[in-house]
Design a protein around this ligand. Structure first.
Ligand SMILES: [Zn+2]
Length: 101
């Protein structure tokens, strides 16, 4: 008889039932240690000059397109410089006085 060991006081999720009778495959995806991004996923990096210029161009374009956007912050990993997302600061809509584009 196989050794029985109940997984008590642990959450039983879908993976638990999926891999109950077989070993769970190792997750081979390599993640960056600093920001846990997929290393195979090629993203813009603020530490690369060419990438930074693309980021600048993108922000400049967005500021031109959306007049209610005051500024856009490119949020990147402080360690490796991978670009995570953009945070835009929108002007207070109540601050607009009767004019729209
Ligand atoms: Zn990082």
């Amino acid at each position: 008889m196989a050794k029985f060991k109940a997984r008590t006081n642990k959450p039983l999720d879908r993976d638990y039932f999926k891999y109950k009778d077989r070993p769970k495959p190792k997750d081979n995806k390599k993640l960056t240690p600093c920001c846990e991004q997929d290393v195979d996923h090629d993203v813009l990096n603020v530490k690369k000059k060419a990438d930074w210029e693309l980021i600048e161009d993108y922000i400049e374009q967005k500021l031109f397109e959306y007049s209610d956007t005051e500024s856009i912050t490119p949020v990147s990993c402080k360690k490796c410089g991978r670009l995570m997302n953009y945070l835009s600061k929108i002007k207070d809509p109540k601050g607009r006085k009767g004019w729209f584009n």
